[in-house]
Design a protein. Structure first.
Length: 627
């Protein structure tokens, strides 16, 4: 990324009125001690190469003194303005949080920590100052002991280099990563540095010459395009060698170039011109336009034997493809880091990068606030007293935090501290805060916590845990209610006894008490219970039907007939659905064309009869046949 601010050199900065005021203040605060002034100049020079505005450079100049606790922010606000004070305070918070919290954590915790650092940023320029300051630390640590190198190197790879990468600040990213390699793996660093041999300035001259050749070739072919290039830095080379198990001599992209043209057709036209200009390395060609990567990334990748016979990689893409790769779903920072998709976090990344690339030269705090409204933070990142980062939805309270830590911590919660100050349990959390939960020995949630109007709980997960606790406390009551509801269903369906085993299997419960409690809660509805009871009736009837068809019952039927009470000479036959047998309680149903059909009184078809059809029922009885 090339920032849109006008370039301000050290000389420009020293001649500005803000510099003179800042130097005057610093001299007043630190007296004859020039070390902090020297550190400030180093940071300003680094920021100047990023083409930042004057306010950012002033904040950078004063930052070393601010970290020592020397700065009086009331004075800086009065003398230099509120924006510079906010930049200094924001950068201090950004760096202090990192120094206080960071240690080698799990990949998931490291990623949450990166998100939290960006979530607390009110002004994107804070990140620039923080990154530049960390790079200054790396430069100054060359002669420190190995333990310091290991800590700084790992911190750089885990936190600062990924942030620079995501914000597109390549000038810082490359140097940060190279320092990390130098401190973490000094042998590999020296070996690669020797193999590259050429000084970086010589490689940059080589890059400039190749860019000029490509631009001339495209112009002659009437292809409009923008060409950029860079010498690949040591860490990037080493990482590729490790990932693909390659020797240095097998790499073809020590020098990398990118051509951005108007459309897809121009991509292939530019590729043809490049291959005419230099000899392509066939096995290194990839067409990600015809066959996009899984994340949607599109581009043409080729390698050639270029100027002076050196191999180099060239990427060709349209402007639309480039924008997608930088800020869209194909954002290279995500697939290169292996990060999971997070739409709200990526939205904030886009906001930060858009701000840093803004065309206006006079960005003030009001413009910043307008831009900020476009970045809707849906997550907050807070941390425990032990430094673990907790990711919560925006609007969460200390009570949500407690239940996220552990269900029992939530149940036992009786108060909370934010940054060591006791706060109400309804207070909304803000990214970067340290939250401590105060607990009692007993689990005693309050029913008020479930009242949405009181604002104790924001997340559905925490609310469900509280509801579950109260259900368990009242389980005896709910078991009794469940028994009553089940008995009512049995009575309605004229079933002698309900078998609970099929119900346990059907509703996936382990014990009868948990099943009955679920019916009492209403987790299993009355309609579901009725349906399950009716299913048992059908199964019982099916089994009885099989038994009744046995010889024993057939012999009994030979001895008995059916008599219609008060009526003679009307044919009656047994119903096929329930097949009543001798001594069953029976009832007759007058059909339209087949006389009377005899059913058992608890036959499901009789039970389901409408009121109108119940008028066709008639009393019948068993009678012994005369011999």
């Amino acid at each position: 990324m090339v920032l849109a601010y006008p370039y301000l050199s050290i000389a420009d900065y020293q001649n500005s009125s803000d510099f003179k005021k800042a130097k005057e203040l610093l001299t007043h605060w630190i007296g004859v001690d020039t070390s902090l002034t020297s550190q400030g100049y180093t940071l300003v020079e680094l920021l100047a190469h990023l083409k930042v505005d004057i306010e950012t450079q002033v904040a950078g100049f004063l930052l070393p003194a601010a970290e020592k606790g020397i700065i009086d922010y009331r004075v800086t606000t009065r003398k230099l303005g509120l924006v510079i004070t906010r930049l200094l305070q924001g950068t201090e918070h950004f760096l202090a949080l990192n120094h206080y919290l960071y240690n080698k954590k799990s990949p998931d915790q490291v990623e949450k920590f990166r998100k939290m650092l960006l979530a607390i940023v009110e002004d994107p320029r804070v990140v620039l100052i923080g990154l530049a300051n960390h790079l200054c630390l790396l430069r100054q640590a060359k002669h420190d002991v190995e333990s310091v190198h290991q800590r700084l190197g790992q911190e750089t790879l885990d936190i600062f280099a990924p942030l620079a990468n995501r914000l597109g600040i390549w000038q810082l990213k490359w140097e940060l990563e190279d320092f990390a390699l130098r401190y973490l793996n000094p042998e590999a660093y020296k070996d690669l540095a020797n193999k590259l041999k050429a000084r970086r300035s010589d490689r940059e001259q080589y890059i400039a010459h190749v860019i000029e050749q490509i631009e001339q070739t495209l112009a002659q072919a009437n292809i409009q395009g923008k060409v950029s290039g860079r010498p690949k830095h040591l860490y990037s080379i080493w990482k590729k060698m490790q990932a693909k198990s390659l020797d240095f001599e097998q790499l073809f992209d020590i020098h990398a170039f990118r051509i951005i043209v108007q459309d897809t057709k121009s991509c292939y036209a530019a590729l043809s011109q490049v291959h005419n200009l230099w000899t392509p390395i066939a096995e290194e060609f990839d067409d990600y336009i015809a066959r996009p990567k899984a994340n949607g990334y599109r581009s043409l990748h080729t390698a050639v034997r270029g100027y002076l016979g050196k191999s180099m990689e060239i990427q060709i893409r349209s402007l639309e493809m480039h924008q997608e790769s930088e800020l869209g779903v194909a954002s290279h920072w995500r697939y290169k880091e292996g990060s999971k998709s997070d739409s709200s976090f990526e939205q904030r990344i886009i906001w930060l990068r858009n701000f840093l690339e803004k065309k206006e030269e006079n960005l003030n705090y009001h413009v910043l606030e307008q831009l900020k409204t476009k970045a809707f933070d849906r997550r907050v990142y807070v941390f425990t007293p032990k430094g673990q980062v907790i990711d919560l939805s925006e609007g969460s309270t200390p009570l949500d935090f407690a239940y996220t830590i552990h269900t029992e911590v939530g149940h036992r919660c009786r108060g909370a501290k934010i940054n060591d100050i006791i706060v109400p349990l309804t207070q909304k959390l803000i990214s970067g805060q340290q939250v401590e939960i105060l607990t009692t020995r007993e689990s005693t949630p309050s029913r008020d916590w479930l009242n949405p109007k009181l604002g104790y709980l924001h997340t559905a997960q925490a609310r469900a845990k509280v509801q579950r606790w109260f259900k368990l406390q009242d389980q005896a009551i709910y078991i009794a209610q469940g028994k009553t509801l089940l008995e009512q269903a049995r009575h309605r369906n004229r079933l002698n006894e309900v078998d609970l085993k099929p119900l346990l299997k059907k509703f996936h419960y382990q014990s009868e008490d948990s099943l009955l409690a679920a019916i009492g809660y209403g987790d299993i509805s009355v309609n579901q219970v009725n349906t399950a009871v009716k299913e048992q009736i059908i199964k019982i009837e099916s089994r009885l039907s099989t038994v009744r068809s046995s010889t024993l019952y057939k012999e009994s039927l030979d001895q008995y007939g059916i008599q219609v009470t008060g009526i003679s000479d009307i044919p009656a036959r047994r119903a096929g659905c329930c097949q009543p047998v001798v001594k069953d309680s029976i009832i007759g149903y007058i059909t339209k064309n087949s006389g009377i059909t005899v059913h058992r009184t608890n036959c499901i078809n009789i039970i389901k009869l409408s009121l109108e059809r119940q008028k066709r029922l008639i009393d019948v009885s068993w009678v012994k046949k005369k011999k």
